[in-house]
Design a protein around this ligand. Structure first.
Ligand code: 5RP
Length: 315
């Protein structure tokens, strides 16, 4: 194994030495063409080098999850305070005003649901008839691409988001979804965000995330979305040559979510792609503004939480 034989000692991640992007503000992005750089500059704030993506694409496999029953009521008030909207084409066309100035990160993989049959599926895999009926079958990882490149252009997407299941049952298929989307998106200067999925057979360890994020970057993803880890997160950002944004994950107390966003940015993340910790908050607009304070405003978690509470009191 290349990583085991003949190595000279511990790994060195150079976590104190940021990777330079000469002549451009965004990690790993300085050699792209003008159009792609311009789209990335709409997603990431060139002043801070960071982004606040508001993720509300969950319905693509969950349906109307809590906080997203009525996107017009719950998400539109948040729109002015983020940099980028991460969503599905269905919600974009039906609810988001075309006059929005926000960048679009369009969900571009899908095809499975939370209630996909767990124990049987019959069809074709790699050109051969196949039946999947074994314990531990992971239906969610059996995604396909869900948007073609012309549709992405019609919707003026800056980013296409593809779920990748490293170590999952359908790892290869999800990686092909990623690389095919990258090939198409590169023809038009659109960015692709590889989204690290976590499933039953996938660990949430720094080692796993280092591998998953790096594999996607090596395959050409322009942005990576990953979870924050309590330990060694700076090694994950350090050895990934393109920007990482963190998912919020399940709803947690507001102060904890602000701490996580703060820690992630300090440890090299280029911002957040957060959903439930904002739209499921007791006060979503104050929470959105507090996250903004951390990501773009240089606020500490305590300062941002004070802001959250004062805005909540005013509301
Ligand atoms: C679904 C996604 C979601 O956009 C993502 O999980 C972000 O939302 P949250 O902050 O609620 O975790 O990629 O697969």
């Amino acid at each position: 194994m290349a990583d085991l034989d003949g190595t000279q000692g511990d790994k060195e991640f150079y976590t104190d030495t940021p990777q330079e992007p000469p002549g451009f503000f965004l990690k790993g992005s300085h050699q792209y063409d003008w159009g792609l750089k311009n789209r990335l500059s709409r997603v990431f704030n060139p002043e801070t080098g960071r982004t606040i993506m508001l993720a509300f694409d969950h319905g693509y496999f969950m349906g109307p999850t809590t906080g997203l029953e009525r996107v017009d009521q719950t998400i539109l008030p948040l729109e002015p305070h983020c940099d980028c909207l991460m969503l599905t084409r269905g919600i974009q066309r039906s609810i988001i005003p075309a006059s929005t100035g926000k960048a679009i990160a369009l969900r571009a993989s899908g095809g499975t649901s939370m209630v996909s049959p767990m124990d049987e599926w019959e069809g074709e895999l790699d050109g051969k008839p196949a039946r999947l009926a074994r314990p531990g079958y992971e239906p969610l990882s059996f995604e396909d691409t869900a948007v073609d490149i012309e549709e992405a252009i019609r919707l003026n997407a800056s980013v296409l988001a593809v779920q990748v299941f490293i170590g999952g049952q359908h790892e290869r298929r999800s990686l092909q979804n990623l690389t095919r989307t990258i090939d198409a998106a590169n023809r038009y200067g659109i960015a692709v965000m590889g989204v690290v999925a976590v499933g039953r057979s996938m660990e949430r360890t720094p080692k796993y995330f280092r591998m998953a994020t790096r594999i996607m970057a090596e395959l050409g993803a322009h942005i990576i979305k990953c979870y924050h880890t309590e330990e060694e997160f700076e090694t994950i950002t350090s050895c990934c040559p393109v920007p990482i944004v963190i998912a919020g994950g399940k709803k947690r107390p507001e102060r904890d979510a602000l701490q996580m966003a703060y820690d992630a940015c300090r440890q090299g993340a280029s911002g957040v792609d957060m959903g439930r910790n904002i739209f499921q908050s007791a006060a979503p607009v104050p929470m959105m503004k507090a996250v903004r304070g951390v990501v773009h405003g240089g606020m500490s978690p305590d300062e941002a939480f004070d802001l959250y509470r004062s805005l909540q009191d005013e509301a």
